[in-house]
Design a protein around this ligand. Structure first.
Ligand SMILES: Cc1ncc(COP(=O)(O)O)c(C=O)c1O
Length: 413
Protein backbone atom coordinates (compact mmCIF):
# COMPACT_ATOMS: atom_id res chain seq x y z
CA UNK A 1 0.00 0.00 0.00
CA UNK A 2 1.43 3.44 -0.83
CA UNK A 3 2.72 5.42 2.12
CA UNK A 4 0.18 7.62 3.86
CA UNK A 5 -2.77 5.37 3.07
CA UNK A 6 -3.31 3.38 6.24
CA UNK A 7 -4.83 5.22 9.17
CA UNK A 8 -1.91 3.85 11.17
CA UNK A 9 0.15 6.18 13.31
CA UNK A 10 2.28 9.12 12.22
CA UNK A 11 5.99 8.42 12.69
CA UNK A 12 7.33 11.71 11.30
CA UNK A 13 7.14 13.95 8.26
CA UNK A 14 8.77 13.95 4.84
CA UNK A 15 9.02 16.81 2.36
CA UNK A 16 7.19 15.84 -0.82
CA UNK A 17 9.52 18.05 -2.84
CA UNK A 18 13.02 17.28 -1.57
CA UNK A 19 12.56 14.23 0.68
CA UNK A 20 13.86 15.94 3.86
CA UNK A 21 12.83 13.96 6.95
CA UNK A 22 11.49 15.62 10.09
CA UNK A 23 11.24 13.74 13.35
CA UNK A 24 7.88 13.39 15.12
CA UNK A 25 9.11 15.09 18.31
CA UNK A 26 9.97 18.33 16.46
CA UNK A 27 8.56 21.39 18.25
CA UNK A 28 7.42 23.31 15.15
CA UNK A 29 7.22 20.91 12.17
CA UNK A 30 5.42 23.45 10.00
CA UNK A 31 7.76 23.75 7.06
CA UNK A 32 10.46 21.78 5.33
CA UNK A 33 13.75 22.58 7.10
CA UNK A 34 15.63 22.39 3.79
CA UNK A 35 13.41 24.86 1.92
CA UNK A 36 15.35 27.98 0.99
CA UNK A 37 13.97 31.11 2.71
CA UNK A 38 10.87 32.39 0.91
CA UNK A 39 10.48 29.19 -1.15
CA UNK A 40 6.89 27.89 -0.87
CA UNK A 41 7.44 24.90 -3.12
CA UNK A 42 8.26 22.49 -0.30
CA UNK A 43 5.65 20.73 1.83
CA UNK A 44 5.83 18.32 4.75
CA UNK A 45 3.55 15.28 4.49
CA UNK A 46 2.83 12.95 7.41
CA UNK A 47 4.64 9.60 7.22
CA UNK A 48 2.24 6.87 8.30
CA UNK A 49 3.00 3.34 9.43
CA UNK A 50 0.65 0.50 10.37
CA UNK A 51 -0.97 -1.17 12.17
CA UNK A 52 -4.11 0.85 12.83
CA UNK A 53 -4.31 1.80 16.52
CA UNK A 54 -7.51 1.06 18.39
CA UNK A 55 -10.30 3.61 17.89
CA UNK A 56 -11.48 5.44 20.99
CA UNK A 57 -15.26 5.14 21.30
CA UNK A 58 -16.28 8.79 21.34
CA UNK A 59 -18.57 11.10 19.30
CA UNK A 60 -15.76 13.64 18.79
CA UNK A 61 -13.67 12.59 15.72
CA UNK A 62 -10.54 14.13 17.21
CA UNK A 63 -10.87 11.78 20.17
CA UNK A 64 -12.13 8.84 18.10
CA UNK A 65 -9.19 8.88 15.65
CA UNK A 66 -6.84 10.71 18.01
CA UNK A 67 -4.22 7.97 18.15
CA UNK A 68 -3.70 8.30 14.38
CA UNK A 69 -3.05 12.03 14.48
CA UNK A 70 0.40 13.60 14.21
CA UNK A 71 -0.02 16.04 17.10
CA UNK A 72 -0.94 13.09 19.35
CA UNK A 73 2.20 11.23 18.32
CA UNK A 74 4.22 14.39 19.05
CA UNK A 75 2.64 14.68 22.50
CA UNK A 76 3.17 10.97 23.23
CA UNK A 77 6.81 11.21 22.09
CA UNK A 78 7.32 13.89 24.75
CA UNK A 79 5.68 11.84 27.49
CA UNK A 80 2.01 12.80 27.50
CA UNK A 81 -0.34 9.89 28.19
CA UNK A 82 -3.35 8.92 26.06
CA UNK A 83 -5.58 10.22 28.86
CA UNK A 84 -3.85 13.61 28.81
CA UNK A 85 -4.22 13.75 25.00
CA UNK A 86 -7.93 13.00 25.33
CA UNK A 87 -8.38 15.70 27.98
CA UNK A 88 -6.56 18.27 25.83
CA UNK A 89 -8.67 17.30 22.80
CA UNK A 90 -11.86 17.79 24.80
CA UNK A 91 -10.68 21.30 25.65
CA UNK A 92 -9.31 22.43 22.25
CA UNK A 93 -11.54 20.48 19.83
CA UNK A 94 -14.76 20.88 21.77
CA UNK A 95 -17.77 21.01 19.42
CA UNK A 96 -16.51 18.79 16.57
CA UNK A 97 -18.71 15.85 15.67
CA UNK A 98 -18.80 12.97 13.19
CA UNK A 99 -20.97 14.50 10.47
CA UNK A 100 -23.75 12.49 8.78
CA UNK A 101 -22.99 10.56 5.59
CA UNK A 102 -25.96 8.84 3.95
CA UNK A 103 -27.56 8.03 0.60
CA UNK A 104 -29.54 11.00 -0.71
CA UNK A 105 -32.86 9.95 -2.25
CA UNK A 106 -33.44 13.05 -4.35
CA UNK A 107 -29.93 13.09 -5.87
CA UNK A 108 -29.97 9.33 -6.43
CA UNK A 109 -33.30 9.57 -8.28
CA UNK A 110 -32.18 12.59 -10.33
CA UNK A 111 -28.88 11.01 -11.36
CA UNK A 112 -29.92 7.36 -11.57
CA UNK A 113 -27.07 6.43 -9.25
CA UNK A 114 -26.43 5.60 -5.59
CA UNK A 115 -25.44 9.08 -4.41
CA UNK A 116 -24.08 9.46 -0.86
CA UNK A 117 -23.72 12.89 0.72
CA UNK A 118 -21.63 13.77 3.73
CA UNK A 119 -23.10 16.92 5.23
CA UNK A 120 -20.42 19.15 6.71
CA UNK A 121 -22.31 22.47 6.75
CA UNK A 122 -23.03 22.29 10.49
CA UNK A 123 -19.49 21.36 11.51
CA UNK A 124 -17.65 23.79 13.80
CA UNK A 125 -17.17 27.01 11.77
CA UNK A 126 -19.65 25.91 9.08
CA UNK A 127 -17.30 23.82 6.92
CA UNK A 128 -14.58 21.16 7.08
CA UNK A 129 -11.86 23.84 7.33
CA UNK A 130 -11.65 23.75 11.12
CA UNK A 131 -10.58 20.09 10.88
CA UNK A 132 -7.36 21.19 9.13
CA UNK A 133 -6.69 23.88 11.70
CA UNK A 134 -7.54 22.27 15.01
CA UNK A 135 -4.60 19.87 14.90
CA UNK A 136 -2.23 22.83 14.53
CA UNK A 137 -3.79 24.30 17.66
CA UNK A 138 -3.65 20.96 19.47
CA UNK A 139 0.05 20.73 18.65
CA UNK A 140 0.65 24.25 19.99
CA UNK A 141 -1.34 23.60 23.16
CA UNK A 142 0.45 20.29 23.71
CA UNK A 143 3.79 22.13 23.46
CA UNK A 144 2.58 24.50 26.18
CA UNK A 145 1.34 21.70 28.44
CA UNK A 146 4.71 19.98 28.02
CA UNK A 147 6.59 23.13 28.98
CA UNK A 148 8.18 23.37 25.50
CA UNK A 149 6.49 26.72 24.83
CA UNK A 150 5.29 29.45 27.15
CA UNK A 151 1.63 30.44 27.49
CA UNK A 152 2.74 33.94 28.41
CA UNK A 153 4.62 34.46 25.17
CA UNK A 154 2.08 33.25 22.65
CA UNK A 155 2.84 34.34 19.12
CA UNK A 156 -0.28 35.39 17.18
CA UNK A 157 -1.88 33.00 14.74
CA UNK A 158 -2.01 34.25 11.13
CA UNK A 159 -4.16 33.24 8.17
CA UNK A 160 -4.80 34.63 4.69
CA UNK A 161 -8.43 33.96 3.78
CA UNK A 162 -11.72 35.72 3.37
CA UNK A 163 -13.96 32.69 3.52
CA UNK A 164 -14.63 29.48 5.39
CA UNK A 165 -11.01 29.05 6.49
CA UNK A 166 -10.86 32.49 8.13
CA UNK A 167 -14.11 31.84 9.97
CA UNK A 168 -12.94 28.40 11.12
CA UNK A 169 -9.58 29.82 12.25
CA UNK A 170 -11.16 32.70 14.15
CA UNK A 171 -13.73 30.41 15.80
CA UNK A 172 -10.96 28.13 17.10
CA UNK A 173 -8.71 31.03 18.13
CA UNK A 174 -11.49 32.70 20.08
CA UNK A 175 -12.34 29.49 21.94
CA UNK A 176 -8.66 29.03 22.82
CA UNK A 177 -8.19 32.70 23.77
CA UNK A 178 -5.34 32.92 21.23
CA UNK A 179 -4.83 36.18 19.26
CA UNK A 180 -5.32 35.89 15.51
CA UNK A 181 -4.44 38.10 12.55
CA UNK A 182 -6.57 37.53 9.45
CA UNK A 183 -5.29 38.85 6.12
CA UNK A 184 -8.09 39.61 3.65
CA UNK A 185 -8.36 41.31 0.27
CA UNK A 186 -9.15 45.02 0.20
CA UNK A 187 -12.93 44.61 0.41
CA UNK A 188 -15.66 46.41 2.29
CA UNK A 189 -17.91 44.52 4.68
CA UNK A 190 -19.91 41.45 3.74
CA UNK A 191 -21.14 38.41 5.66
CA UNK A 192 -17.67 36.93 6.21
CA UNK A 193 -16.14 40.18 7.53
CA UNK A 194 -19.13 40.65 9.85
CA UNK A 195 -18.64 37.13 11.20
CA UNK A 196 -14.89 37.67 11.65
CA UNK A 197 -15.64 40.89 13.52
CA UNK A 198 -18.05 39.09 15.82
CA UNK A 199 -15.30 36.53 16.52
CA UNK A 200 -12.90 39.32 17.60
CA UNK A 201 -10.40 38.49 14.85
CA UNK A 202 -7.91 41.22 13.97
CA UNK A 203 -8.67 41.95 10.32
CA UNK A 204 -5.93 43.26 8.04
CA UNK A 205 -7.13 44.57 4.68
CA UNK A 206 -4.49 44.08 2.02
CA UNK A 207 -4.69 46.45 -0.95
CA UNK A 208 -2.74 45.52 -4.05
CA UNK A 209 0.59 47.34 -4.18
CA UNK A 210 1.92 48.71 -7.40
CA UNK A 211 4.33 46.44 -9.30
CA UNK A 212 3.73 43.58 -6.84
CA UNK A 213 2.87 40.15 -8.25
CA UNK A 214 0.77 37.63 -6.34
CA UNK A 215 -2.11 37.72 -3.88
CA UNK A 216 -1.51 40.68 -1.50
CA UNK A 217 -3.26 38.91 1.42
CA UNK A 218 -0.92 35.91 1.05
CA UNK A 219 2.10 38.20 0.77
CA UNK A 220 1.18 40.10 3.96
CA UNK A 221 0.46 36.77 5.73
CA UNK A 222 3.91 35.49 4.79
CA UNK A 223 5.50 38.69 6.07
CA UNK A 224 3.68 38.21 9.38
CA UNK A 225 4.95 34.63 9.60
CA UNK A 226 8.48 35.77 8.78
CA UNK A 227 8.05 38.23 11.67
CA UNK A 228 7.16 35.45 14.12
CA UNK A 229 3.42 34.76 13.68
CA UNK A 230 2.29 31.13 13.56
CA UNK A 231 1.05 30.02 10.12
CA UNK A 232 -2.53 28.98 10.91
CA UNK A 233 -3.07 27.92 7.34
CA UNK A 234 -5.16 25.39 5.44
CA UNK A 235 -2.47 25.04 2.78
CA UNK A 236 0.17 22.37 3.27
CA UNK A 237 3.16 24.39 2.00
CA UNK A 238 2.44 27.10 4.60
CA UNK A 239 1.97 24.62 7.45
CA UNK A 240 2.08 20.88 6.80
CA UNK A 241 0.27 20.18 10.07
CA UNK A 242 -3.02 21.19 8.41
CA UNK A 243 -2.81 17.94 6.46
CA UNK A 244 -3.07 16.00 9.73
CA UNK A 245 -6.57 16.75 11.06
CA UNK A 246 -8.14 17.00 7.60
CA UNK A 247 -7.84 13.23 7.33
CA UNK A 248 -10.59 12.72 9.94
CA UNK A 249 -13.28 13.47 7.35
CA UNK A 250 -11.93 10.73 5.07
CA UNK A 251 -11.81 8.25 7.96
CA UNK A 252 -15.40 9.09 8.80
CA UNK A 253 -16.59 8.58 5.23
CA UNK A 254 -14.71 5.26 5.01
CA UNK A 255 -16.58 4.03 8.09
CA UNK A 256 -19.95 5.26 6.78
CA UNK A 257 -19.80 3.79 3.27
CA UNK A 258 -20.72 0.11 3.07
CA UNK A 259 -18.16 -0.51 0.29
CA UNK A 260 -15.76 1.54 -1.83
CA UNK A 261 -17.28 4.29 -3.92
CA UNK A 262 -16.09 6.95 -6.33
CA UNK A 263 -15.64 10.14 -4.35
CA UNK A 264 -15.70 13.60 -5.96
CA UNK A 265 -14.15 16.51 -4.10
CA UNK A 266 -14.23 20.19 -5.04
CA UNK A 267 -10.70 21.60 -5.12
CA UNK A 268 -9.31 25.04 -4.34
CA UNK A 269 -5.93 24.91 -2.61
CA UNK A 270 -6.04 21.12 -2.71
CA UNK A 271 -5.67 20.17 0.98
CA UNK A 272 -9.24 18.89 1.29
CA UNK A 273 -8.97 16.39 -1.59
CA UNK A 274 -5.54 15.23 -0.39
CA UNK A 275 -6.82 14.55 3.12
CA UNK A 276 -9.95 12.82 1.82
CA UNK A 277 -7.82 10.57 -0.36
CA UNK A 278 -5.39 9.75 2.44
CA UNK A 279 -8.27 9.07 4.82
CA UNK A 280 -10.22 6.90 2.41
CA UNK A 281 -7.33 4.91 0.98
CA UNK A 282 -6.72 3.88 -2.64
CA UNK A 283 -9.71 1.51 -2.86
CA UNK A 284 -11.89 4.62 -3.12
CA UNK A 285 -11.43 6.33 -6.46
CA UNK A 286 -10.84 10.02 -5.80
CA UNK A 287 -11.84 12.47 -8.56
CA UNK A 288 -11.14 16.18 -8.11
CA UNK A 289 -13.54 18.86 -9.34
CA UNK A 290 -12.60 22.37 -10.45
CA UNK A 291 -14.51 24.86 -12.57
CA UNK A 292 -13.68 26.04 -16.08
CA UNK A 293 -13.10 29.48 -14.52
CA UNK A 294 -10.14 28.18 -12.49
CA UNK A 295 -8.58 24.78 -13.04
CA UNK A 296 -4.84 24.88 -12.31
CA UNK A 297 -4.85 21.31 -10.96
CA UNK A 298 -6.29 19.90 -14.16
CA UNK A 299 -3.75 21.85 -16.22
CA UNK A 300 -0.88 20.51 -14.12
CA UNK A 301 -2.34 16.97 -14.26
CA UNK A 302 -2.24 17.00 -18.05
CA UNK A 303 1.21 18.58 -18.25
CA UNK A 304 2.71 16.11 -15.77
CA UNK A 305 1.21 12.94 -17.20
CA UNK A 306 3.75 10.15 -16.81
CA UNK A 307 6.17 12.24 -14.72
CA UNK A 308 7.50 10.40 -11.69
CA UNK A 309 6.10 11.58 -8.33
CA UNK A 310 9.61 12.21 -6.98
CA UNK A 311 10.22 14.76 -9.74
CA UNK A 312 7.01 16.78 -9.45
CA UNK A 313 7.94 19.13 -6.62
CA UNK A 314 11.40 19.88 -7.99
CA UNK A 315 9.78 20.86 -11.28
CA UNK A 316 6.86 22.72 -9.62
CA UNK A 317 6.81 25.69 -11.99
CA UNK A 318 6.84 23.43 -15.06
CA UNK A 319 3.42 22.12 -14.04
CA UNK A 320 1.69 24.18 -11.37
CA UNK A 321 1.38 27.81 -12.36
CA UNK A 322 -1.08 30.53 -11.22
CA UNK A 323 -4.38 30.65 -13.10
CA UNK A 324 -4.97 34.07 -14.56
CA UNK A 325 -7.97 35.78 -12.97
CA UNK A 326 -10.00 32.76 -11.76
CA UNK A 327 -13.75 33.30 -11.67
CA UNK A 328 -16.84 31.25 -10.72
CA UNK A 329 -19.99 31.28 -8.61
CA UNK A 330 -18.11 28.67 -6.54
CA UNK A 331 -15.89 31.44 -5.21
CA UNK A 332 -14.35 29.43 -2.37
CA UNK A 333 -12.35 27.28 -4.78
CA UNK A 334 -10.79 30.04 -6.82
CA UNK A 335 -7.24 29.66 -5.50
CA UNK A 336 -5.00 30.66 -8.37
CA UNK A 337 -2.69 27.73 -7.56
CA UNK A 338 -3.54 24.30 -6.18
CA UNK A 339 -0.90 24.42 -3.46
CA UNK A 340 -1.33 20.78 -2.40
CA UNK A 341 -1.25 19.45 -5.94
CA UNK A 342 1.47 16.89 -5.20
CA UNK A 343 -0.70 15.17 -2.59
CA UNK A 344 -3.72 15.46 -4.89
CA UNK A 345 -1.75 13.74 -7.65
CA UNK A 346 -0.70 11.03 -5.19
CA UNK A 347 -4.28 10.18 -4.16
CA UNK A 348 -5.67 10.39 -7.71
CA UNK A 349 -2.90 8.26 -9.16
CA UNK A 350 -3.09 5.67 -6.39
CA UNK A 351 -6.87 5.32 -6.63
CA UNK A 352 -7.27 5.53 -10.41
CA UNK A 353 -8.99 8.91 -10.14
CA UNK A 354 -8.72 11.94 -12.37
CA UNK A 355 -9.36 15.65 -12.61
CA UNK A 356 -12.81 16.86 -13.70
CA UNK A 357 -13.42 20.39 -14.98
CA UNK A 358 -17.05 21.48 -14.87
CA UNK A 359 -18.73 24.27 -16.80
CA UNK A 360 -20.08 27.32 -15.00
CA UNK A 361 -23.58 26.21 -16.05
CA UNK A 362 -22.98 22.94 -14.21
CA UNK A 363 -21.87 24.82 -11.05
CA UNK A 364 -25.13 26.80 -11.12
CA UNK A 365 -27.27 23.72 -11.88
CA UNK A 366 -25.57 21.73 -9.11
CA UNK A 367 -26.30 24.46 -6.59
CA UNK A 368 -29.97 24.61 -7.67
CA UNK A 369 -30.22 20.84 -7.30
CA UNK A 370 -28.40 20.92 -3.95
CA UNK A 371 -30.85 23.49 -2.61
CA UNK A 372 -33.71 21.09 -3.43
CA UNK A 373 -32.23 18.62 -0.94
CA UNK A 374 -33.00 21.12 1.83
CA UNK A 375 -29.33 21.30 2.85
CA UNK A 376 -28.13 24.90 3.24
CA UNK A 377 -24.91 24.50 1.26
CA UNK A 378 -23.01 27.21 -0.63
CA UNK A 379 -22.24 27.03 -4.38
CA UNK A 380 -18.65 26.19 -3.42
CA UNK A 381 -19.79 23.35 -1.22
CA UNK A 382 -22.00 21.82 -3.90
CA UNK A 383 -19.39 22.10 -6.67
CA UNK A 384 -18.46 18.42 -6.31
CA UNK A 385 -22.00 17.54 -7.34
CA UNK A 386 -21.45 19.46 -10.59
CA UNK A 387 -19.01 16.69 -11.57
CA UNK A 388 -21.89 14.20 -11.54
CA UNK A 389 -24.24 16.14 -13.82
CA UNK A 390 -24.58 15.04 -17.44
CA UNK A 391 -22.54 16.99 -19.98
CA UNK A 392 -22.98 17.48 -23.73
CA UNK A 393 -20.69 14.46 -24.11
CA UNK A 394 -23.08 12.23 -22.12
CA UNK A 395 -23.74 11.06 -18.56
CA UNK A 396 -21.08 11.52 -15.87
CA UNK A 397 -22.18 8.53 -13.77
CA UNK A 398 -22.81 4.89 -14.58
CA UNK A 399 -26.37 3.70 -13.91
CA UNK A 400 -26.52 2.62 -10.27
CA UNK A 401 -22.90 3.64 -9.60
CA UNK A 402 -22.08 4.35 -5.94
CA UNK A 403 -20.66 7.87 -5.72
CA UNK A 404 -20.04 10.13 -2.74
CA UNK A 405 -19.69 13.89 -2.32
CA UNK A 406 -19.23 16.29 0.59
CA UNK A 407 -21.53 19.27 1.04
CA UNK A 408 -19.17 21.47 3.02
CA UNK A 409 -19.53 25.20 3.55
CA UNK A 410 -22.82 26.59 4.81
CA UNK A 411 -24.53 29.18 2.58
CA UNK A 412 -24.18 32.52 4.38
CA UNK A 413 -26.37 34.56 1.99
C1 LIG B 1 -16.77 24.54 1.19
C2 LIG B 1 -15.44 24.27 0.62
N1 LIG B 1 -15.24 23.13 -0.07
C3 LIG B 1 -14.05 22.85 -0.61
C4 LIG B 1 -13.00 23.75 -0.51
C5 LIG B 1 -11.71 23.36 -1.14
O1 LIG B 1 -10.75 23.02 -0.19
P1 LIG B 1 -9.21 23.16 -0.57
O2 LIG B 1 -8.94 24.63 -0.66
O3 LIG B 1 -8.49 22.51 0.54
O4 LIG B 1 -9.04 22.49 -1.89
C6 LIG B 1 -13.16 24.95 0.18
C7 LIG B 1 -12.04 25.90 0.29
O5 LIG B 1 -12.22 27.04 0.65
C8 LIG B 1 -14.41 25.21 0.76
O6 LIG B 1 -14.62 26.36 1.44
Amino acid sequence: MPEGYTRGTVTGYRCATCGAEVSIDTLYPFKCPDAPAGDSHHVLHPVVAGPDPELIDDPNPFVRYGRSLAWWAFARAHGMTDEQCIALTREVADGFYVTPCAPNELLSAELGADVWVKVEVDQLGGSHKARHLVTILLHLRAAEELGLASKDERRPLAIASCGNAAIAASTLAKAAGWPIQVYVPNIDGGAVIDTLDSLSAHINKCPRREAEAGDPAVLRFREAVAGGAIPFSVQGPENGLCLDGGRTIGWEMREALPAPARVLIQVGGGAFAACMGWGLGPAYRLDTVQTEGGAPLDRAWRLAEGVDAAELGRRWSDFMTPWDNPNSLADGILDDETYDWQADFEVMRASGGRTIVVSEDAVVAAWELAKRTGINVSPTGSAGLAGLLPTAAGPSVQPGERVAIVFSGVFRG
